[in-house]
Design a protein around this ligand. Sequence first.
Ligand SMILES: Nc1ncnc2c1ncn2[C@@H]1O[C@H](COP(=O)(O)OP(=O)(O)OP(=O)(O)O)[C@@H](O)[C@H]1O
Length: 276
Amino acid sequence: MTYNNSKNQLNNVTLNPEDNAVFNVEGVKVYYGSSLALVDVYMKIPEKQIIAFIGPSGCGKSTLLRCFNRMNDLITGARVEGRLIYRDRNVYDPNINSVKLRRQVGMVFQKPNPFPKSIYENIAFGPRANGYKGNLDELVENSLRRAAIWDEVKDKLKQKGTALSGGQQQRLCIARAIAMKPDVLLMDEPCSALDPISTRQVEELCLELKEQYTIIMVTHNMQQATRVADWTAFFNTETDQHSKRRGKLVEFSPTEQIFNSPQTKEAAEYISGRFG
Ligand SMILES: Nc1ncnc2c1ncn2[C@@H]1O[C@H](COP(=O)(O)OP(=O)(O)OP(=O)(O)O)[C@@H](O)[C@H]1O
């Protein structure tokens, strides 16, 4: 399956019937004030896969990522048009509870951002605030185990999360997201602040987590996309008739295909390093 979005259309491509789309992006446009940052995006996000968003700076990768859980609502002047269907519901339906949506569609940021609290509280705080009725100790342990950091922190759960190394902090933030029992994890350049060993650990963790979750990851690192992503979406910028730049989705294909035989010249040039 390949999407060629250059005419802002889905070119008669559908996911295979066995693929379950968790998100269906139908003509999403994003404005900041009066400027159009991202033109009509059409794509289906397959469930329990890792999807990488790649492309040059300013092409709208993070902007689209933030649409999936309405994080753009927090940016003054940001406006989204089109439909973004998450399991039969339009994310931009005014009746959607965005707080609940963000529990289902969690986010991990570029810079690890643990709360200035203990490691234990970093995990327990959100579920407790949401009225979690189960055993919190078990939830903390399970979340840390699933984020592959339990062995490193089990003897210092009362220590501050901010005292961990950058790579540990990022895995703690992933554990914190997992503790909310999300369906989808959005990751905005999750390894850009990490050293190669921590990067590898987070990548391995993502490969394990995709058994349970759908992961959408913005990355500037094309090797990272080839290592972890099942699908890769290539975004680029174009200029309108008033010479204003805006982002667009160019191609969305299985990662192996986009890197070995891209269907568009733009993707081929970017991947071969001719621009970007
Ligand atoms: N908060 C904002 N206010 C106004 N314009 C914004 C805002 N965030 C992003 N933009 C603009 O939207 C466009 C897309 O930006 P975005 O950050 O989504 O791109 P990106 O592909 O993620 O870039 P990068 O790879 O550099 O992070 C850019 O022109 C950017 O200047």
